[in-house]
Write a protein that binds this ligand. Structure first.
Ligand code: 1HA
Length: 270
């Protein structure tokens, strides 16, 4: 992996190799819990990977073997949210969830150890999850005085079914990797020592496929769940493809050449 020298992150790492970006939450002393700074940096890193034409697939992971992410850092939870360095309460993790969901490249969660609370929702939001055999999954909201009733509930129900999703949230149990696989919460389980090799193999396989097909498919999977915003995302791809056609370009050319557009030259396909 190459370390990104341009970035100056405190709470995360950004690495890249072979058209894969790897974003790592690096707070192992708190099981990779996130604070506002962490989320700010994650949003920046995902933005970087999104815009980099050299990157086809993104891995999200946590430092060490004990945790992927344990959710919001409870030590800095104030009266009305998670406090930043100057005491302002804002976490923006919901913005991060939307970003991972809508950025037009596959995002793979590489999970060793705990994916818990808001950290569990982050892996859920990712397109695919590769779990090590020591992975443990669960929500804690009702235990620690929180809940994620957005994608945390709705996408969970779509992923594992309504009964199981309610069990996960209402009982706050933990599930091991085999149980997670059985309920469709993860794509595969591998020995811890093989976690990165296997994850990279999945990424390489996706990188050999058509980026446009993967891009449009990702937005297709969001379209019904996300309502008009989902249709916007899907339709944005249609517009981008239309721009590459002679028919789309005729409109632009006519405007720039101050003439009437000639759309008669284009077929009205059945
Ligand atoms: O629900 C939301 C949101 C909802 C809507 C909108 C935004 C949201 C944003 C966030 C969240 C949430 O994430 S709520 C859920 C918050 N997270 C949790 O309740 C998980 C708390 N942690 C644990 O349950 C356990 O620590 C663990 C199962 C992840 C690991 O257990 P283990 O291996 O036994 O380690 P443990 O000894 O508990 O933890 C190691 C150290 O890490 C401890 O610190 P130390 O005693 O060494 O000083 C522990 O306090 C710390 N730590 C672990 N998780 C967190 C944490 N410190 C702060 N925040 C944490 N989340």
């Amino acid at each position: 992996w190459q370390t990104d020298k341009a970035s100056d992150y405190q709470d995360i790492y950004y690495h890249s190799a072979e058209h894969i970006a790897k974003i790592t939450i690096n707070r192992p002393e708190v099981r990779n819990a996130f604070r506002p700074q962490t989320v700010r940096e994650l949003i920046d890193a995902f933005h970087r990977a999104h815009l980099d034409p050299d990157i086809g697939v993104i891995i999200l992971t946590g430092a060490g073997e004990l945790a992927f992410c344990s959710g919001g850092d409870q030590r800095i939870r104030g009266e009305a949210g998670y406090q930043d360095d100057i005491g302002v309460e804002h976490l923006n993790v919901l913005e991060l969830q939307r970003q991972i969901r809508t950025l037009p490249k596959p995002v793979v969660a590489m999970v060793a150890g705990y994916a818990i609370g808001g950290g569990h929702v982050l892996h859920l939001i990712c397109d695919l999850t590769i779990a090590a055999d020591n992975a443990r999954f669960g929500q804690t909201g009702p235990k620690v005085g929180s809940f994620d009733g957005g994608f945390g509930a709705g996408l969970m129900a779509r992923t594992v079914g309504l009964k199981k999703a309610k069990e996960i949230w209402f009982l706050c149990r933990q599930y091991d990797a085999a149980e997670a696989l059985a309920m469709g919460l993860v794509n595969t389980v591998v020995p811890l020592a093989e976690l990165e090799t296997e994850t990279v193999a999945w990424c390489r396989q996706m990188n050999r496929l058509s980026p446009t097909a993967l891009r449009v498919l990702k937005s297709s999977f969001n379209a019904d769940t996300d309502g008009l915003a989902g249709i916007q995302e899907l339709a944005g791809n249609a517009t981008a493809l239309f721009y590459t056609t002679a028919e789309g370009q005729e409109g632009r050319n006519a405007f720039l050449e101050k003439r009437a557009p000639d759309f008669q030259q284009f077929p009205r396909r059945p």
